[in-house]
Design a protein around this ligand. Structure first.
Ligand SMILES: [Fe+2]
Length: 241
């Protein structure tokens, strides 16, 4: 793929997820901000777009089997993959992280008061993400599967409880943005997950878990915002015309 200043970030990361690390290293949001072009993102971040394109081209030359696999999935397969791989990870990680955050707040909170803020942001995120994933699993993803089935069978557009599929998608995208913002704050408060000198092993593990959680969330949101949702909107459009 020829990369230009007008290339969309989400489209590039969709074709080759390895390019995500270049955006991450340059503090460019590739998941919630995937609809921006390289030129727009560089303008916001104060970067030279041609320099960034040079870095991206080096990475994009490498084959990414993972992205090829994802792009070959049907919408039903992709939504199942997201639930199995990312929703399960979120559900499994929350109790452990909450327990560890409580512990380090008790032990280190007096010297590191930012831990209390991180803990409260993570608690808010845990509750909201749990509800968000339920909405996707119970309402949106089953509707996307029905859309795909109708398209395969040449059937009519399925009845929708929420109007066009872009309505619940807009709501999910706004919720992704909220989580992205929360984790940006967590990352800033922890100085990009930097370990203080007086940290204990639990402190170290907790910061690593938080960083992993944020990275996983970025891929999770990318798969929905930049791949699943645009494909679902396109499918519905084709069924109505
Ligand atoms: Fe989501």
């Amino acid at each position: 793929m020829k990369i230009s200043q007008n290339t969309s970030i989400g489209e590039l990361v969709k074709l080759n997820f390895k390019t995500a690390s270049v955006f991450q290293d340059n503090n460019i949001d590739f998941c919630c901000g995937g609809d921006k072009t390289i030129s727009e993102a560089c303008k916001n971040a104060g970067l030279d777009p041609e320099k960034l394109i040079g870095q991206l081209e080096l990475i994009a030359e490498q084959n990414d089997a993972d992205s090829q696999y994802i792009n070959g999935l049907s919408l039903e397969e992709l939504s199942n993959y997201i639930v199995k791989r990312h929703h399960s990870y979120v559900r499994e990680s929350i109790p452990q992280l909450q327990k560890n955050l409580e512990k380090i707040c008790q032990v280190h909170g007096s010297h590191h008061p930012e831990l209390f803020e991180i803990n409260s942001l993570f608690t808010e995120s845990s509750g909201d993400l749990t509800m968000h994933m339920q909405k996707e699993e119970l309402m949106l993803f089953p509707f996307i599967r029905r859309l795909e089935l109708s398209s395969k069978n040449g059937a009519a557009l399925p009845n929708s409880p929420f109007g066009p599929v872009s309505n619940p998608i807009s709501m999910m995208v706004a919720e992704h943005q909220q989580e992205g913002d929360r984790f940006e704050q967590i990352s800033k408060l922890s100085e990009n997950y930097t370990l203080p000198e007086d940290a204990c092993t639990t402190y170290e593990i907790t910061l690593r878990q938080l960083r992993d959680f944020e990275n996983d969330l970025h891929r999770h949101i990318h798969l929905e915002n930049n791949i699943l949702f645009p494909k679902a909107i396109e499918l519905e459009k084709n069924l109505t015309t």
